[in-house]
Each structure stands twice: as structure tokens, then as C-alpha cells.
Design a protein around this ligand. Structure first.
Ligand code: SF4
Length: 235
């Protein structure tokens, strides 16, 4: 029907169905990662294994060559204080495998940022992620508050469907589900539920709807990589 379908995955999965997925010609696949090698990757992709991720990237590249779909694949690298120098290796890996590399700003998930804003103690892994942020959470939250009156970009990215077919209000808050099975849900009802959700109201009260402002931070990160870390312009 001319509607794009995008997949976002950490690719730390069994790959039996990868071939089926590529044959279905999805519009776009985003592979999130946060390190080149296990040292940093396995800290901020807690529970994931670099070796599995790398092996699956190679397999995905092989399938792209075999089926030549129109699918764009991007290695979406979450840059933080510890892994920033590894971005060049990720950019080279992407070139070798026929992917595109994107450097994004690694920031604490909005769910935890809202806890921080409400002075609720963070769990240890979230504390660690907060310490690794290249721009402090206080500054990111202040930037979000300065844009409080602007629209939430999450309004346009709906529905977000999980691997198990459950539907989220938005991908910034993966705790709240609107439905258990997208295929059995009524889309108009889902939109109504989302538009009246308490989570959205609370999120906007804390200006969290402007927290994940990736275009703003992506240009900052790129400038940093090129000018401070002297990386080549193809990155
Ligand atoms: S208001 Fe918050 S919870 Fe609602 S869609 Fe926007 S970012 Fe997501």
C-alpha cells in the first residue's frame, strides 16, 4: 500500500528468519550498537554479545548481496564518552558490509530521564549510562524544557509494533502497551487511546516529548568527530 516498514533491532538474535525478512524487502533496517568489540558494546548493550552481533551483520550483508532488495541498512552507533574513538571502525565496518553508518548521541532512555526529573533514584545500569553521556542529562533536559511548546515528533511515528506484535504508545517508553496484538487491533481505537494516554500527558508535563532531539545532537556529534577527533569526512 506504499507504506514503508522499518525494523529496528540490536540483531542479537537467532538468524533463522533473517532470510525470510530480507526476502520480504523491508524499507529500512536499523542496527543499533554502542561499541566496536565487546569492551564497550557489552556495557551499554547489556546482555548482548558483540560476537553474535558481528556474525549476524556479516550474514545480513551476505543476504543483501544474494537478494538485492531495496532495503537500506544502517549501523546506528550510540556515541558516548567511552566508545567515541571506536566510531571510525564502525564506519569502516559499515562500508565493508554495504551498510550506512550513523553516529547518534547516546542518552539515557526517556523513561529514566523522567525518573531523574522526578528525583526518583535510578537503577545502577541507568546511572552508568547517565555518566557516559557526552552532554549531561541536566543540559539535555534544559534543552527539552526550552522547546516545551513544540510538538512531539512521536505523534508522527505511530504505531510502534514490538517483535511480539504488542503496540507501544511510542518507542521512547517501552513499558506502556496499547494492545497485545497489532493484527487484532482497531487502528482508530489505538490512535484514540494514544491521544488520551496519561503517559503522554505526564511526558509533556516533564518536557520529555522534546528530550530525544536527535537531529540537534547528531550534528553536534558529527562536528566533534570531525573536528576534535580528526576522523575522515566519509564517516
Ligand atoms: S508525548 Fe511522550 S510518550 Fe507521548 S508520544 Fe510523545 S514522546 Fe511518546
Amino acid at each position: 500500500m506504499g507504506v514503508g516498514s522499518d525494523i529496528s533491532t540490536n540483531l542479537n538474535i537467532q538468524t533463522e528468519r533473517l532470510e525470510e525478512i530480507i526476502k520480504a524487502n523491508p524499507t529500512y533496517i536499523r542496527l543499533s550498537c554502542s561499541g566496536f568489540g565487546s569492551k564497550n558494546y557489552e556495557v551499554t548493550h547489556a546482555g548482548a554479545k558483540w560476537d553474535i552481533f558481528y556474525k549476524n551483520c556479516v550474514e545480513l550483508s551476505r543476504l543483501l548481496k544474494k537478494y538485492n532488495p531495496n532495503t537500506g541498512v544502517e549501523l546506528y552507533f550510540h556515541v558516548n564518552k567511552a566508545n567515541i574513538l571506536e566510531y571510525k571502525d564502525i564506519a569502516d565496518m559499515a562500508r565493508q558490509l554495504g551498510f550506512r553508518a550513523v553516529a547518534c548521541f547516546s542518552l539515557l532512555f526517556p523513561h529514566y530521564a523522567m525518573m531523574f526529573d522526578k528525583n526518583i533514584p535510578l537503577p545502577e545500569p541507568a546511572k552508568k549510562a547517565k555518566e557516559l553521556m557526552l552532554i549531561s542529562i541536566e543540559e539535555v533536559s534544559a534543552n527539552a524544557r526550552a522547546e516545551h511548546e513544540r510538538l512531539c515528533p512521536g505523534r508522527f511515528g505511530f504505531p510502534n509494533i514490538n517483535w511480539d506484535l504488542s503496540v507501544l504508545i511510542c518507542c521512547n517508553f517501552n513499558q506502556e502497551k496499547l494492545a497485545d496484538n497489532f493484527l487484532e487491533a482497531d487502528i482508530d481505537k489505538l490512535i484514540k487511546l494514544k491521544n488520551s494516554s496519561e503517559l503522554c500527558k505526564e511526558c509533556i508535563d516533564h518536557s520529555m516529548h522534546r528530550y530525544y532531539n536527535m537531529p540537534k545532537y547528531a550534528s553536534y556529534i558529527r562536528k566533534l568527530l570531525l573536528e576534535k577527533y580528526d576522523m575522515p569526512s566519509y564517516i
